[in-house]
Each structure stands twice: as C-alpha cells, then as structure tokens.
Write a protein that binds this ligand. Structure first.
Ligand SMILES: *[C@@H]1O[C@H](CO)[C@@H](O)[C@H](O)[C@H]1NC(C)=O
Ligand SMILES: *[C@@H]1O[C@H](CO)[C@@H](O)[C@H](O)[C@H]1NC(C)=O
Ligand SMILES: *[C@@H]1O[C@H](CO)[C@@H](O)[C@H](O)[C@H]1NC(C)=O
Ligand SMILES: *[C@@H]1O[C@H](CO)[C@@H](O)[C@H](O)[C@H]1NC(C)=O
Ligand SMILES: *[C@@H]1O[C@H](CO)[C@@H](O)[C@H](O)[C@H]1NC(C)=O
Ligand SMILES: *[C@@H]1O[C@H](CO)[C@@H](O)[C@H](O)[C@H]1NC(C)=O
Ligand SMILES: *[C@@H]1O[C@H](CO)[C@@H](O)[C@H](O)[C@H]1NC(C)=O
Ligand SMILES: *[C@@H]1O[C@H](CO)[C@@H](O)[C@H](O)[C@H]1NC(C)=O
Ligand SMILES: *[C@@H]1O[C@H](CO)[C@@H](O)[C@H](O)[C@H]1NC(C)=O
Ligand SMILES: *[C@@H]1O[C@H](CO)[C@@H](O)[C@H](O)[C@H]1NC(C)=O
Length: 807
C-alpha cells in the first residue's frame, strides 16, 4: 500500500502531456519536424517521445517544457527519459520543433527565430542521419545508410530511470560515465541529489550516493560472476543481468525476458531505488523491489536538523525549535533542504573564552549512525554539555555508554528509533542545542510531563533521583583515595570530631530529626551541652576524604545569620558526618504543613520569607564563590528558637568559580520546586534557586503545598495554586490566597508584595525572574514591583491536569 502511495507522489499532479496526434511513426528523417502536438511511438507501442509540460497548469505562463520519453502503454503518465532536465524550454509552446539540422544533429528549434535551444551535439563530417525511437525506449541518431552506426543515443544520457538494456557504467574511449540521478522533486525532473552508479573505486558493485557529499549509503555488494549478492531472487526472475568488464568498458545491464511486462526502474526523489512492473491489463504499477528498504537509511534524506522516522509518513519532521527551510520543496517531497533554527544561537567567542546562553533539548531514542561525531574526553553529562557550549559551532552532544560525543555544524541523519524494545540498544539521547528563547517555548509540554510523572510515579522518580546521587558520589570516590584520619583537627574554625565522640553525643544515633538527600540527621549534645544536629552522609564509603575536607572547609567559611552554621565534621575511615548547630523549631515544612504545629503569624512568615531571601542572596552574590543551593524547599529551611530562618543542607550546592556565571549539573533538586531549565537544559544559574524560592514563598502565604505531590491537602484546589495566585494577583485580590488559619490577621500590603514577588520568581524565563538581591529589596519595600505576567508553563499545567483528583 505504501508503495502505491509513493507512486502517486512520483507522478506529477499537473504533468501534462499533449494528446496523441495523427503521427504514429517512430522515426524522424531529414526534412521532417516533430511539433509540440506530435509524438514518436516505438514500433512495439511501449514508448513515446515528444514534448511535455511540467509545472502549473497550461493556462498559466510559468510552466516548463521538456522533450522526453514516457511509457506509452501505461495510462498513468510516467516519464522514462528527459532530454533537457536541467534546461527546461520556457518559450511559448507553439514555437517548439524537433528536427534534424543541416549538420546531421538532432535539434530543438525555437521558432520563428530558428534558434537552436537543444542539440545532440555530435561532431559529424556528413549529414545523412535519421532519428529513431527503438522498442527498448532508446532514442537514437544513426547513419541513414548503416543501421549499426549509432551516432548518439538517449541510453548514454540516462536521467532517473534505468530501462532494460541501458548500461550503468563507463566507457573509457568516449569518456562517458552513465549514472542515474534522482529527480529534484515530485514535479520537476531536474537533477536531484541522489545518484546510482558503478562503484568508482573499482569494486564490482553498484552504489547509491548522495552527490557532493560522497556519502555512500547503500550498495548491491560485490558481483559474484552471475549476480549481485544483495539482490533477492525475485528480482532476477524473468530477467538477465550482467556486469561487463572489457578493455575499454565496464558496465552493468539487465534485460527482461517477459516481453509483455513493462518495467520501471527508478531512483526516487527519496533516494531509494524502486522497481515497478506493469503487467498487461494492469491498472497500476506493481512494486517489485525497493532499496534501501528503510527510507531513513538514505543519507540526509530529511536534511539538517530534521528527524527521520520510518514508521511515519512523511518520514521527515523538523526537530523542535526548527522550521522547514523551504516549504515549497518540502511539499513536493524534496526534504533534503531540512530545517532552520527559529532563533539563532547566542554564542560569542572572545579569545579563549566562550559565552553562551544556549540550552539543550533532549531528543530521546534517536540513532545517529550516519553522522560524524567527535568523541570528547568527558565523563559526566555536565562536562560533556559544557564542552559543547564552549564551542559556538557545536550543535549537539550526547553521553552514551560513558562516551561524550559532540556534533559540529549542521546535524544530519537524526533517526527516530523504537526504544521500547531492549534488543534495540543503539538508540541514545541527543541533546540538541537551542537558543534559550526556543527552549522556553517548548517548556509547556515538558512541564506537563514532569507533573504527570510526579503525580503518578513520584516514588519511582525519587528512586531515580537517589540513583543519580549515588552515581555522582561513586564518581567522586574514584577520583579520591585518602588515608584514614582519626585525630581531632581544627580547620577554618571547624572542629574535626572523632567518631566515638559523635556516637556518644547522639546516644548512638538514637534521636532522628529527619532525612535529607544525602543522609539522616540526628540530635545530639556536645560536652558543654550545646545541642547539635549530626548529619550522617549516606554512601559515605564512596566519599573521598580529600574532597570531603575541601567541601567542609568551603562550607565552613560561609557564615550568615540565615544559613545553618557548620560546627564540625567527622571523617574517619569510610564515615562521613557533618555537625551543625541545632534548630529547636524544626523545619518550615513542619510549621506550614502539619496540622498539629503552631500556626506561624503573618509577621513571622514575612520575616521568614525575608530571611530566606537574604540567606540566598548571600549565597548567590556575597560569597567568594557563587553558590547555587539547588534544593530550596520548606524542609531545608530550619527555624531557630526565635523563628529566624536558616537555610540548611548544602550537600546539594554546587560550587562555582568566580569567573563563571553558570554551572552545569546533573538534574537534582525536588519535584515541585524545579525550575523549567532543569528539565530542558543543563546550564543552571542561581535563578533556579529564585524559582524554588518563589514556590516556597507561595507555600508560606497559603500554608499549603503548591502541588499535591506527597501532600495531604485538607481543602481542595481546583487549579494549581501558583496559577490561582497569578490569576488573583492580576485580578488584584490576594485575600482569597491567604492561609485561612491566619484568620485574616494579615498585612494585606505585605501579602500583595509577597504574592507578586513569588509570581515573578516562578516565571518561565529565568531572565524574567528577579535576583535574590532584588527580592530582598522588594520585600524590604525598597523596590517597587509591577503586576507579574502569568507564568505560561504553569498555566498550561493547570489547563491540562486535574488537580482536584489528587487532593
Ligand atoms: C506555480 O505558479 C506559482 C505562481 O503562479 C508559482 O509561485 C509556483 O512556483 C509555480 N509552481 C511551479 C512548480 O512551477
Ligand atoms: C488552471 O489554472 C486556472 C487559473 O488559475 C484555473 O481556473 C484552472 O481550473 C486550472 N486548471 C487545472 C486543471 O488545474
Ligand atoms: C500569459 O502570457 C500572455 C502573453 O504573454 C498574457 O497575455 C497572459 O496574461 C499571461 N497569463 C498569465 C496567467 O500570466
Ligand atoms: C547536408 O549538408 C549539405 C552541405 O552542407 C547541404 O547542402 C544539405 O542541405 C544538407 N542536408 C540536409 C538534409 O540538411
Ligand atoms: C554513414 O555510413 C557511410 C557508409 O558507411 C559513410 O560513408 C558515411 O560517412 C556515414 N555517415 C556519417 C554521418 O557518419
Ligand atoms: C557500419 O557501422 C559500423 C559501426 O560504426 C561499422 O563497424 C561498419 O563497418 C559500418 N558498415 C559499413 C558498410 O560501413
Ligand atoms: C576507465 O575510467 C575509469 C573512470 O571513469 C577508471 O576508474 C578506470 O580505471 C578506467 N579503466 C581503464 C581500463 O582505463
Ligand atoms: C544473459 O546475458 C548473458 C550475457 O550478456 C548472455 O550471454 C546470455 O545469453 C543471456 N541470457 C539470456 C537468457 O538472455
Ligand atoms: C570548535 O570546533 C571546531 C570543529 O572541531 C574547531 O575547528 C574549532 O577550532 C573549535 N573552536 C573553538 C573555539 O574551540
Ligand atoms: C558500550 O561500550 C562497551 C565498551 O566500551 C562496548 O563493548 C559496548 O558494545 C558498548 N555498548 C553500546 C550499546 O554501544
């Protein structure tokens, strides 16, 4: 069925061949002319030659005229040869004439000027010639008095059709190399990009190549003396093929024994060789053979930045962030022009440093077997992505099987494969570089996906996350092999505790305070009865000593009233523990979400919001090295005895060099607080913390989880809360947004500011979000804040998910 579809595509819709006239001869002799309304018909009636028109319909003047041969016995008009495929006749149709000129050549004249617009261009000393359309479909010019003396023949100038009896190959005396070229598109017979030829390297095989790229994408495999190894037996039935090699010639040819069948062997626009048969009395071409079998095996058939999918029709689609370069060609089945970026990349190289705001779009389950990749020495996805970002010509990367691959320039041959079957393991995830703006346009769908995952399989997601952490830690282990340190040390004012002391101080780790991404936290006391929180890191066996100490000392020098203070650590053998000041009031999550907890007053909430903002602003802007926390959520905000908020858990922070504004990390954080760029790209800025902060701020205002992920909401939200907030703010009323446990005791001006800030913080585009420094100034009343726009992504989620079902 698919073949039949293809045939209908091959045949130009508007191909117009003039109706048969009274002329039914097969020859043109000297003095005779073939006008536009005439045709030659071979003696067997199978082929006809004449002028035909291609393009718009005849009432318009834009059409092109060609001299050519078509299958006369087939009602469906199918071209077999075109004399002037790349030089269509534009002249008014009535003036075209085919005749034998004074010099013996066959010419097309443009009347009335009598100018030659096409010629067989044979050098002859005598002009006694005759032209004839043979039964084979070969149009020849020969000596009148010697029928075996052929001066010119159409078989020496094949177009896209390989007729029986034609030769594919070269003649070293005449210098001819006969090749088949596909047509430009489903209407124009002009020379296309795919070529079938005898292997120029001398191997006895026929190859298919993309012209100008020398990319050979299929071969018949070597001739075994009788056949080509790859051809199926069915293709040989009723035929006779031969590969002839002699002193001056090497060619392949085939004949058809079944005289009644008409064969159409064509190199399609799509780059595939297709053989069709029209048995007598048939209604249509019957497909007999097609190679390469899979459309996507054809080199660059979809052009740059398009995905080829063998299971789809049409097979080619532009990747996200791209549009069809030439819609007209695309429409006519010529997709080799591919796709162009909707937005140019933002990348500038100055000297040895490169700056880029580009992001990456993951394309899962693709194969890139035919494209040229460069292998880079990068072990992690973050480093691999950075290698790509550091070169403005890099278009994509992938980290597959532990190997980082980079693609430069235009990306060809992206092929969609089925990932579901484990057997097909050659698929990988390609990270396609896009302008940040284009990535944002795509976030909607991604976000919906994440939420869907979060609501249905949050447990699985968490498991995956833990696994990612494990890998990260394992990697660290490999780089570090330390010796055991068991003596108390003091570095940067941080105390190194012996394990025994901590074991004793926590009563053998009996009072568990909570569990974080990196391990469990236990309550304990120092000798002077100072309360401490001891964090026992999971997978401690893999945490190298040297790196651990480096991290501890860098955390140790960070001191701020709104950051939990690190008192000390323990690094003994495989044990890794961190000792923090104890926060008697627990986490913000407890106070906001647990029914039995004391209700925080509005002013406390506002001070907490301000404190967290100050702590983050300090991490982002004031430290020696910029630190992105990466996991801001109510669980990681602890409250002192006087409800001063303190940001905890730097285990997820990624340290940045002073000269960098960005860092690439593997995806980390907590669902519900993840900025869109976590999902789409891998280049992360402090704005991910701003996003998470915005989410936390909304929860401070409402006293409820924004999403229903792992929550036990008492009241039902029929829309996703952040979207509700955005709508109400735009509508000008924040009252309905507030935690009803506050019983209306709220400073409405502050509440409005908080809601607006939160809404700005959760904008899709990181550039729309304020910095934490600006957030502090807004909350302090030093900066005015406008009405924020609706975050589009969240709105999409709200529109597509039914939140009331999970609450
Ligand atoms: C058909 O005509 C339109 C304008 O009349 C032109 O834009 C278009 O390119 C033509 N198509 C072909 C195949 O010649
Ligand atoms: C050809 O074009 C003319 C004018 O655009 C239109 O009226 C006519 O129907 C067309 N004919 C065909 C066969 O498409
Ligand atoms: C075609 O050309 C003729 C003469 O050149 C002109 O009169 C006519 O308007 C043209 N038709 C179209 C559709 O352009
Ligand atoms: C062949 O060439 C001769 C001399 O050049 C010329 O007189 C004659 O008309 C030509 N014959 C034809 C059929 O063109
Ligand atoms: C045709 O053949 C004759 C006899 O073989 C020869 O004299 C003549 O030159 C040939 N004509 C051409 C055009 O080659
Ligand atoms: C006819 O042409 C063929 C091929 O060019 C040549 O071998 C043969 O000698 C010619 N015959 C005559 C009678 O000239
Ligand atoms: C004939 O020409 C081809 C290239 O067209 C070349 O590869 C081959 O070696 C030549 N053969 C001989 C015998 O010269
Ligand atoms: C097939 O082709 C070979 C070589 O051209 C020839 O020797 C043989 O007779 C042909 N067989 C048939 C059945 O035509
Ligand atoms: C980027 O990669 C290209 C291709 O490998 C290379 O020629 C070029 O020097 C690289 N540019 C930089 C700035 O590294
Ligand atoms: C992964 O790499 C190993 C060795 O580097 C190789 O043996 C294996 O075939 C690769 N697997 C895939 C799916 O490429």
């Amino acid at each position: 069925m698919a073949y039949l579809h293809i045939i209908s595509m091959i045949l130009p819709l508007f191909l117009h061949i003039l109706a048969a006239s009274s002329t039914t001869t097969d020859t043109i002799s000297a003095g005779q002319t073939l006008s536009i309304s005439d045709k030659l018909v071979s003696k067997n009636g199978r082929y006809a030659l004449g002028f035909f028109e291609v393009g718009n319909n005849s009432s318009q003047n834009t059409s092109n005229w060609y001299l050519g041969i078509w299958f006369n016995s087939v009602p469906k008009l199918t071209q077999a040869w075109v004399a002037n495929r790349d030089d269509p006749f534009k002249s008014p149709p009535s003036s075209l004439e085919l005749k034998i000129s004074h010099d013996g050549n066959l010419v097309v004249l443009n009347q009335p000027t009598n100018s030659v617009i096409w010629s067989t261009q044979v050098k002859m000393t005598r002009n006694s010639t005759i032209a004839m359309l043979l039964d084979s479909g070969n149009f020849i010019l020969r000596n009148v008095s010697n029928s075996s003396h052929t001066l010119w023949q159409s078989f020496d100038h094949p177009t896209d059709t390989f007729l029986p009896g034609m030769k594919l190959g070269w003649d070293n005396i005449t210098g001819l190399n006969r090749r088949i070229f596909s047509r430009k598109n489903s209407i124009s017979p002009a020379t296309g990009v795919y070529c079938e030829e005898l292997d120029p390297s001398g191997i006895d095989q026929i190859v298919l190549v993309k012209w100008n790229s020398n990319a050979q994408y299929w071969s018949t495999r070597v001739w075994d003396g009788h056949h080509f190894a790859s051809l199926p037996d069915e293709a040989r039935n009723g035929g006779n093929e031969s590969l002839v090699t002699n002193a001056h010639e090497k060619y392949y040819t085939y004949t058809i024994l079944e005289e009644t069948a008409t064969v159409y062997y064509n190199l399609d626009v799509s780059g595939q060789v297709k053989i069709f048969v029209w048995p007598e009395g048939s209604q249509d071409w019957i497909p007999a053979y097609s190679q390469p079998r899979a459309q996507c095996d054809v080199y660059a058939v979809c052009g740059p930045f398009a995905i080829c999918n063998d299971d789809a029709l049409p097979s080619c689609t532009c990747t996200k962030g791209f549009s069809v370069r030439s819609p007209d060609d695309w429409e006519l089945d010529d997709r080799t022009g591919g796709c162009i970026r909707n937005t140019p990349l933002d990348c500038i190289t100055k000297g040895s440093s490169t700056r880029s705001t580009d992001k990456f779009l993951p394309l899962p389950c693709v194969s890139l077997a035919q494209s040229v990749r460069r292998i880079e020495d990068a072990q992690s996805i973050g480093v691999c992505a950075q290698v790509c970002l550091d070169n403005c010509s890099c278009a994509a990367y992938s980290l597959s099987n532990g190997t980082c691959s980079i693609w430069h320039g235009e990306l060809l041959n992206i092929r969609q494969i089925q990932c579901s079957s484990a057997a097909n393991s050659n698929g990988e995830t390609l990270y396609l570089r896009l302008a940040a703006k284009d990535i944002q346009g795509l976030e909607k769908n991604k976000r919906v996906f994440i939420i869907a995952v979060a609501t249905s399989t949050s447990v699985a997601a968490l498991g995956l996350f833990a696994f990612a952490m494990l890998i990260m830690i394992c990697r660290n282990k490999r780089k570090n092999s330390g010796h055991i340190a068991n003596t108390a040390q003091d570095c940067n004012g941080i105390i190194a505790f012996p394990y025994d002391a901590l074991e004793h101080g926590t009563k053998n780790f009996s009072e568990k305070l909570g569990e974080g991404g990196f391990g469990s936290v236990f309550k304990g006391f120092l000798n002077n009865s100072t309360a401490i929180a001891v964090k026992k890191l999971d997978h401690h066996a893999h945490h190298g000593e040297k790196q651990f100490r480096a991290e501890v000392s860098s955390i140790g020098i960070i001191q701020h009233i709104n950051l939990v203070k690190l008192i000390g650590f323990c690094c003994e053998g495989a044990r890794r523990l961190l000792v923090y000041e104890y926060m008697p009031n627990g986490s913000l999550a407890t106070h906001l979400f647990q029914s039995h907890a004391t209700v925080l007053t509005w002013s406390t909430r506002y001070q907490i919001a301000l404190g967290v903002a100050r702590g983050l602003a300090y991490l982002h802007e004031k430290c020696l090295e910029c630190i992105i926390h990466c996991d801001i959520k109510p669980e990681n905000i602890l409250l002192s005895d006087s409800y001063v908020p303190k940001i905890a858990d730097f285990g997820m922070a990624k340290f940045l060099g002073r000269d960098f504004s960005r860092v690439i990390t593997t995806m980390r954080g907590t669902i519900g607080y993840l900025a869109p760029e976590w999902i789409s790209g891998v280049a992360i800025t402090p704005k991910v913390d701003v996003y998470a902060y915005g989410m936390v701020l909304l929860e401070i205002v409402s006293g409820k989880r924004n999403s229903c992920v792992s929550c036990s909401c008492s009241s039902k939200h029929d829309v996703y809360y952040p979207v509700h907030v955005a709508r109400e703010i735009i509508g000008g009323d924040v009252r309905s947004l507030l935690d009803n446990r506050l019983c209306g005791e709220v400073n409405l001006k502050e509440a409005e500011i908080a809601c607006k800030v939160a809404c700005w913080c959760i904008q899709d585009d990181e550039f729309d979000r304020p910095t934490m420094g600006e957030v502090v100034q807004i909350l302090e009343g030093l900066l005015e804040v406008n009405i924020p726009p609706m975050p589009r992504l969240l709105q999409t989620i709200a529109g597509s998910s039914n939140y009331s079902t999970c609450c």
